[in-house]
Design a binder for this molecule. Structure first.
Ligand code: UT7
Length: 325
């Protein structure tokens, strides 16, 4: 009998502090940084984002999302036998946020590791977890995207600090006799490291370099639209499906213009796309599981439907996962 993996529960969490564009414009104004609600909405589609309190870490956000995903799956933390946390903003240099989360959850003993593929992190993590479940290395995986990007933003750089937010999303992936995850396609091209990076590191007990996010927005934009279309076609071809067979496109939530461009290229209506960007901003590896969970809880995305998840991020990394819920 063939072995597949299937999502059996979703959860997500946003920290309570919500900043509308007007709130952020006022805060930045106090620093002498000029921006406006009109510019942010027109160029990005973002209207609000959530920022975690200073003492809250990625594993704290992940814990709330994971508990809700487990509850939705009807499982206990002790049922989990693999934890993967996709994050670029872990609690510490080491150990992994996944180990910290494991201890907070009370799922001690199972393998737990972080996966760093920036905004593509959740798609990468879901694909890795699916491979491990199909190979028999795990029966019940917790896959989380959790970020506190507010910690790595330069609030003197208006071209980046208005774009990002904090949050976490999680899924429980269980072994199944029927698919579940239909296929995935992951890619990376390291020649683009410089266009989206946090170029600092810890050395000799000090932070060296500039540990805040740097982005060449236009270069990222141009690359993103092309590779997202490629990733979608790659998974559809592997599964022998067409864009019309997809019930919901759940892309990484970075810019509404990129998302609209992808929908146009795939000839899919925006009514088939889950959009939470306006309320969450870009939450990097958390954006897709956050969008998925919101759509599931609103009753929009339903069991049995075909979903195409796709993402692009620093590295450059990109990829897609096609699945039946
Ligand atoms: O999650 C990882 C993937 N990341 C992305 O997908 C991000 C991709 N890139 C983007 O989303 C867009 O390139 C941005 C939203 C970052 C920028 O939009 P854009 O349409 O490419 O704007 P631009 O960089 O061409 O800037 C246009 C103007 C500039 O002024 P001048 O030179 O025309 O006078 C900027 O200085 O907008 C100015 N500007 C701002 N004005 C007000 C840049 N940021 C702001 C701001 N408020 N926050």
């Amino acid at each position: 009998m063939r072995r597949y993996s299937r999502i059996i529960g979703t959860g997500s969490y946003l920290p309570p502090r919500r900043l509308t564009n007007a709130d952020l414009v006022a805060e930045l104004g106090q620093r002498g940084i000029e921006t406006s609600d009109e510019w942010i909405v027109e160029r990005t589609g973002i209207r609000a984002r959530h920022f975690a309190a200073p003492d809250v870490s990625s594993s704290d956000l992940a814990l709330q999302a994971a508990r809700l995903a487990l509850q939705a799956a009807g499982l206990q933390a002790t049922d989990i036998d693999l934890i993967i946390v996709a994050t670029s903003t872990p609690d510490m240099v080491f150990p992994a946020a996944a180990c910290i989360l494991q201890n907070k959850l009370g799922a001690n003993g199972c393998p737990a590791f972080d996966l760093q593929a920036v905004c593509s992190g959740f798609v990468y993590a879901l694909s890795v977890a699916d491979s491990m479940v199909r190979a028999g290395a795990a029966n019940c995986a917790l896959v989380v995207g959790a970020e506190v990007f507010s910690r790595i933003l330069d609030f003197n750089d208006r071209t980046t600090c208005v774009l990002f937010g904090d949050g976490a999303g999680a899924v429980v992936l269980q072994a199944s006799a029927t698919p579940g995850i239909l296929c995935s396609d992951l890619k990376a091209d390291g020649k683009h490291v410089g266009i989206l990076c946090v170029p600092g590191n810890v050395s000799g007990g000090q932070v060296l370099g500039d540990p805040v996010l740097k982005m060449d927005g236009q270069a990222v934009f141009k690359l993103a639209v092309g590779v997202l279309e490629q990733a979608a076609h790659a998974v559809l071809a592997k599964a022998g499906l067409k864009p019309a067979d997809v019930d919901w496109l759940i892309p990484h939530q970075a810019n509404i213009r990129i998302m609209q461009g992808t929908a146009r290229r795939l000839k899919m209506g925006m009514d088939k796309m889950v959009v939470t960007l306006d309320q969450h901003g870009n939450t990097s590896a958390a954006s897709i599981p956050l969008a998925l969970d919101h759509a599931v809880r609103m009753g929009r995305v339903k069991p049995g439907q075909t979903l195409l998840l796709q993402a692009v991020g620093g590295g450059f990394t990109w990829g897609a996962v096609l699945l039946k819920l």
